[in-house]
Write a protein that binds this ligand. Structure first.
Ligand code: 3NM
Ligand code: MG
Length: 515
């Protein structure tokens, strides 16, 4: 079997320990997984004696060979030679790649574990056929892993492999991958130039009661893009052309009255519901993750706001996110106070590892915390600096959106928003927004409401929400009856309502205030 034609899409790594295999038979599990859709198998057994390893390897080979898929041995070139299998997988502490290649020859498949950029580049230079990149997410299966690199870490490696001329080396991600995240991991790890060839799993198949079904399900999940993937290519419109589309999108939102599900903090529930009603969406304020599946089925969007979060609320957020991600319902993360406490920093990490967000919206400090939550070094951002200039803000927002394959909005006197390719600055708004509670949170509600109806172009949807919101604030702020924050709030809700009515009646002149 030529290494170049190997299908790496669903890479099964075996585990014979009782904690994972239970009382199942190893060979039977592998057979079921191969029949279910595993495309390559690595026999990994850190405990058995050599004679046993060779014997089991031969039995496994009798399963994989007729199925036309490769069998590799973890670490042990001698066992691979003795059993006559297709290759080996070597970790960083195992026999080096060049020696393994000399022993096994040019046709053997040799893979290497890569935890960071240096290891990946070295293995690629030395002629690895594929890299097992990880640890993506923390996993009880292998507790002595070096570091958790997240999808961002994998992406950085893919990027650099391509940039340094190693686009031909195959790649699989490993660590904590299961049916709940495999599809998102395939999507979010990709760099624009190089995608993962597959995912490697241990427990998701080996610990399953039905390894055939588990493999079948995983193969099905990774063979198609996730429902939240952008369906349309990003329209390369000028800023003015993009903005000109906004009033008709607001009109569409107001006529469809989409459901906007808010999992928000205690302080702003009432205000957020009023803002949703004013702009023409249909709010539901529910923090119960168990009913999110029913709500997600109604075709609306979800706001996850960390304002008054607790571990219990976080687990409700994760349940709801799973439900919305499964159907592609747009979700917006508002990481309120993200960097302020250890609890919140951990909360952000857990949410980022557990779900896809179509939009992440926050102020400078919050966005910087989220950007760092995956443990990736932020270019040009000194964590000690308190304030970024506009150029650095743009670079951070654009880079993070490209990395997450989503929309990132950093609010401020000038808002910066990007989908990783297109980046816009918006400078509307009014100073009273900074003098009332919940103005950031309800901007999230507004954007999410628009996202529920504008699914093709997520950036356009978010821009429409920001402009409606900030132009309404501007109009309210200059009204004669508004004398301060107190009178501003009802005037603001009225202006949101007015802008909605103008848009619905086909009068889109309000958008001319965009700046
Ligand atoms: N190698 P599960 S993580 C074998 O990071 C292995 O190099 C890893 O198990 C690495 O799919 C890992 O059950 C175990 O999370 C992956
Ligand atoms: Mg090893």
């Amino acid at each position: 079997m030529a290494p170049s034609v190997v299908d790496y899409s669903l890479y099964l790594v075996t585990d014979s320990t009782p904690a994972i295999l239970g009382d199942k038979d190893l060979v039977a599990v592998v057979k079921a997984a191969v029949e279910g859709g595993a495309t390559i198998v690595q026999y990994r057994d850190k405990n058995s004696d050599t004679a046993e390893l060779v014997q089991v390897a031969k039995q496994l080979h009798q399963v994989t060979k007729p199925a036309g898929i490769p069998l590799l041995i973890n670490d042990r070139v001698d066992v691979a030679l003795a059993a006559g299998v297709e290759g080996v997988h070597v970790g960083q502490d195992d026999l080096d790649l060049k020696t393994a290649r000399n022993l096994l020859g040019p046709d053997a498949i040799i893979g290497v574990t890569a935890n960071n950029l240096e290891e990946a580049l070295e293995a690629a230079r030395d002629g690895a056929d594929y890299l097992g990149i990880g640890t993506v997410y923390a996993t009880p299966t292998k507790e002595n892993t070096k570091s958790i690199i997240g999808t961002a870490g994998v992406q950085q490696i893919l990027n650099e492999l391509d940039a340094q001329g190693h686009s031909d080396v195959k790649t699989v991600a490993i660590g904590g991958i299961n049916a709940g995240n495999a599809r998102r991991i395939m999507y979010q790890c990709a760099s624009p130039q190089k995608q993962l060839d597959g995912v490697a799993v241990v427990s998701a198949i080996m610990a399953s009661d039905d390894p055939n079904q588990a493999a079948h399900n995983l193969q099905d999940l990774i063979s198609r893009p996730p429902p939240f993937a952008s369906s349309a290519s990003k329209q390369q419109l000028s800023r003015d052309d993009l903005i000109a589309k906004v009033p008709s999108i607001i009109a569409r939102m107001a006529s469809k009255k989409p459901l906007c599900h808010n999992m928000t903090n205690l302080v702003v529930q009432n205000f957020a519901a009023n803002v949703a009603l004013a702009i023409g969406s249909s709010p539901i304020m529910s923090n119960n993750g168990l009913e999110a599946g029913d709500l997600a089925a109604l075709g609306g969007s979800l706001v996850v706001n960390m304002g008054t979060t607790t571990p219990e609320i976080r687990s409700n957020h994760l349940k709801a996110l799973e439900a919305y991600n499964a159907v592609g319902g747009p979700v917006l993360l508002d990481p309120v106070g993200a960097g302020a406490t250890q609890q919140r920093r951990e909360g952000v990490k857990a949410l980022m590892a557990g779900a896809y967000f179509d939009v992440i919206k926050g102020n400078e400090g919050e966005i910087r915390t989220v950007a760092g939550a995956q443990g990736v070094k932020q270019h040009g951002v000194d964590s000690g600096a308190s304030q970024l200039n506009l150029e650095d803000r743009i670079r951070l927002v654009k880079g993070m959106a490209a990395r997450e394959w989503n929309i990132v909005l950093m609010t401020g006197s000038t808002d910066v928003i990007s989908d990783g390719e297109r980046t816009l600055n918006i400078s509307n708004g009014h100073k009273y927004l900074g003098e009332i509670t919940g103005s950031g949170c309800t901007l999230g509600t507004t954007i999410a409401s628009v996202m529920a109806v504008e699914r093709e172009d997520k950036l356009l949807a978010a821009v429409a929400g920001i402009l409606m919101y900030e132009i309404a604030a501007e109009r309210a702020g200059v009204r004669e009856d508004v004398r301060g924050p107190g009178t501003f709030v009802p005037a603001f809700i009225d202006e949101l309502y007015q802008i909605r009515q103008e848009s619905v009646s086909g009068d889109g002149k309000w958008i001319e205030a965009a700046k």
